[in-house]
Design a protein around this ligand. Structure first.
Ligand code: MN
Length: 161
C-alpha cells in the first residue's frame, strides 16, 4: 500500500496542504466510493473507488453522467489514501491541486462483475452499482487509451435483484 501512494505523496507537501498523507488503515467492510467537487484551476469532479487498500482515482471534467447511456471522459490519476474519502477543505495556493475540495457524494458500491474488481480493473472494464446519496445504480468504467476511461451510466442492474 505504501508503494501505491508514492506518486500521491511526491506531488504534495504535507506541511503545507491539509490533505491526508495516508497512514491509517481501516477494517474493510463494504468498499467505498467518493465523488469530490474540486475547484482547481479547472473545475472537475474526482471519482474514487476503494480497491486494494487505496482509492483508485479519476478526474471527470464534466461530472458524473446522470442519464442512461451517457458517457463522460474520466482521466485516471494517482491512487489516493483511503482517508481521502473524508477529505474536504482548501488546498493552498502554490500546492498541487490548489483550490477547494467538497464532498459531492459518498457511499458504498458493489462489483457487478463475477470476477474480482482488481481483475476487471486490469481488463479495463469495470461494472459497479453505486449506493450513494446522489448516485445510485449501475455504472461502467471502460478503458480506451493510456489513462483515459469512459464513465458510463448503465441501465439498473443489481446482483441483489
Ligand atoms: Mn482533483
Amino acid at each position: 500500500m505504501a508503494l501505491k501512494l508514492l506518486a500521491y505523496r511526491k506531488k504534495r507537501n504535507f506541511k503545507k496542504t491539509p490533505e491526508p498523507s495516508g497512514t491509517k488503515k481501516r477494517a474493510v467492510k463494504k468498499p467505498l466510493f467518493v465523488v469530490q467537487k474540486h475547484y482547481a484551476s479547472h473545475l472537475h469532479y474526482d471519482f474514487r473507488l476503494e480497491m486494494e487498500g487505496v482509492l483508485k482515482s479519476w478526474a471527470v471534467p464534466k461530472g458524473i453522467p446522470t442519464k442512461t447511456a451517457e458517457k463522460r471522459l474520466a482521466i485516471e490519476t494517482e491512487d489516493h489514501p483511503l482517508e481521502y474519502a473524508y477529505f474536504k477543505g482548501v488546498i493552498p495556493e502554490g500546492q498541487y491541486g490548489a483550490g477547494r475540495v467538497e464532498i459531492w457524494d459518498r457511499g458504498t458500491f458493489i462489483n457487478l462483475k463475477e470476477i474480482p474488481l482488481k481483475k476487471s480493473y486490469r481488463n479495463g472494464r469495470m461494472e459497479l452499482e453505486l449506493k450513494g446519496k446522489k448516485l445510485k445504480g449501475a455504472f461502467a468504467l471502460i478503458h480506451f487509451r493510456e489513462k483515459q476511461w469512459l464513465l458510463i451510466k448503465m441501465k439498473k442492474r443489481s446482483l441483489e435483484g
